[in-house]
Write a protein that binds this ligand. Structure first.
Ligand SMILES: Cc1cc2nc3c(=O)[nH]c(=O)nc-3n(C[C@H](O)[C@H](O)[C@H](O)COP(=O)(O)O)c2cc1C
Length: 445
């Protein structure tokens, strides 16, 4: 019998205290963890003991400045470490786990991003990954000279050019360009530089990166856009994609669709790994897991519930009664920010017409938390993989570090027993873990 396909596992960190909006209020979490390197070091080392492929940090370059009555109760991104700085510190505290971080193409320059992630790849000996996002909030836009975000299509057009320039910069030296030859007196071979001469709609770059090609050739490129434009960019350029379907059938359709889009770019479907977002709450019994989740749900303050819904619906719900449905006339026809989240809520509203309170108590931003015992959780993962709905999972834990601790001590051994997951790292780089080949420099002759 052939051994089952090995899965990839990432640890998704949005709020440091955990994925649940009330995580920081839970007595098991560290509310001060979000700016503590000791806290993150312990988390990354724990994930590494569990042989995770990647530690991943989400980000947006902004604090919220309005509706502070709600944001002060749900401090997502309000007090966080800058991702590349954090990952660089973690590179020194870990040995094998991949280090992925989010940097926006709407509010950075390609040269900076290429340089930062090439540096991280060197510092971590080949474990860096860049999550390409276009950003989906106006708070970030206002920090960078804009009143609002540029339209969705324009953001993606810019992102597409941005990724091309970063890729070209990462190829601006041959692998062996820095010969350090004391006998000839040449630090590098002048023939092995490939300066970039780029002039596009958004960027003009005429130069070479001031750091050697990195251990992975190029850091791994991640994307998580769910719109058609986002999927097209992923099909052309991404090597890891975070998908966010809430059931394996939808995930399978999304998986086949995205992999199917790669052929026209001359790409092998195996050169992209699709990781499904999987929020889990683990209990000794299913009831214990359900109770844990319910206790967290009840800690969501009504202002926060109302506000999270309003953000994703792109509408002000502040004056609406909690115990009546949201009138559709109050909602925009389509989204400019998170299309997938918007469409998901609209579907529930149209099909079930819940009250505002009922809606926020069940709203999970496009995901569905799996609550169960270690073997039930392993069953769900096995089902997704058997169906061909994902190559692995971005694990989200409602509260940290306890959710990760339970997963590493209880679920990982179960996955290993089933032959679905590694028992030790076989390679050294993130590409090795993910089974992605190291890209050759196409400019090397
Ligand atoms: C699992 C997941 C993680 C994401 N992480 C981030 C993030 O850290 N920062 C960010 O600005 N956007 C993040 N996004 C948003 C997407 O990258 C994308 O910008 C957004 O979904 C809007 O694009 P779309 O309309 O193509 O979906 C994430 C999305 C998903 C599904």
């Amino acid at each position: 019998m052939s051994s089952p396909k090995k899965i990839a596992l990432g640890l998704l960190i949005g709020q440091a205290a955990g994925g649940h909006p009330a995580a920081w209020l839970h007595p098991s979490t560290n509310a001060a963890g979000s700016t503590s390197i000791d806290y993150f070091r312990d988390l990354a080392q724990l994930a590494e003991r569990g042989c995770f492929d990647m530690f991943f940090i989400a980000d947006t370059p902004a604090a919220r400045t309005d509706n502070l009555h709600a944001w002060s109760r749900f401090p997502m991104f309000m007090n966080v470490l800058e991702p590349v700085t954090l990952l660089t510190a973690l590179a020194g505290a870990t040995r094998r786990i991949g280090l992925g971080g989010t940097v926006s193409t709407s509010f950075s320059e390609p040269y900076n991003v290429a340089r930062q992630f090439a540096s991280l790849d060197h510092i971590s000996a080949g474990r860096a990954a860049w999550n390409v996002v276009t950003s989906a909030n106006d708070y970030a836009a206002r920090n960078f000279g804009h009143a609002t975000l540029p339209p969705h299509a324009l953001r993606y057009e810019k992102a597409s050019e941005f990724v091309d320039v970063v890729n070209a910069l990462w190829d601006s030296w041959d692998d062996d360009a820095f010969i350090l030859d004391r006998s000839s007196g040449l630090f590098f071979d002048p023939a092995r530089q490939h300066a970039v001469h780029h002039q596009g709609k958004f960027f003009k770059v005429d130069g070479a990166l001031n750091i050697a090609r990195s251990p992975q050739g190029k850091p791994v490129i991640i994307q998580a856009g769910a719109s058609d434009t986002g999927l097209e960019l992923a099909a052309r350029t991404a090597e890891v994609v975070f998908a966010s379907a809430s059931n394996p059938q939808d995930a399978k359709r999304g998986y086949d669709d995205l992999k199917g889009r790669m052929a026209k770019h001359g790409r092998d479907p195996a050169s992209m790994k699709i990781l499904a977002g999987l929020p889990v709450v683990i209990g000794r019994s299913q009831q214990e897991a359900e109770d844990k989740q319910q206790a967290l749900q009840e800690m969501i303050h009504p202002d926060v519930g109302r506000f999270r819904l309003g953000s994703d619906l792109e509408a002000d719900l502040s004056d609406l009664p909690l115990d009546e449905p949201i009138p559709e006339s109050r909602l925009p026809k389509s989204a400019n920010l998170h299309k997938a989240f918007f469409d998901g809520i609209m579907k529930i509203i149209r099909e079930e017409n819940p009250t505002l309170r009922q809606l926020y108590l069940r709203y999970e931003r496009g995901r569905k938390t799996i609550k169960g015992t270690p073997s039930q959780i392993a069953d769900v993962m096995e089902e997704w993989i058997a169906l061909g709905a994902a190559d692995g999972f971005m694990m989200q834990f409602a509260t940290l570090p306890d959710g990760l601790q339970d997963f590493v001590t209880l679920v990982v051994p179960e996955l290993q027993r089933r032959g679905m997951f590694r028992t030790e790292y076989a390679g050294a780089t993130l590409r090795d873990h993910l089974g992605l080949t190291r890209p050759a420099n196409p400019l090397t002759t």
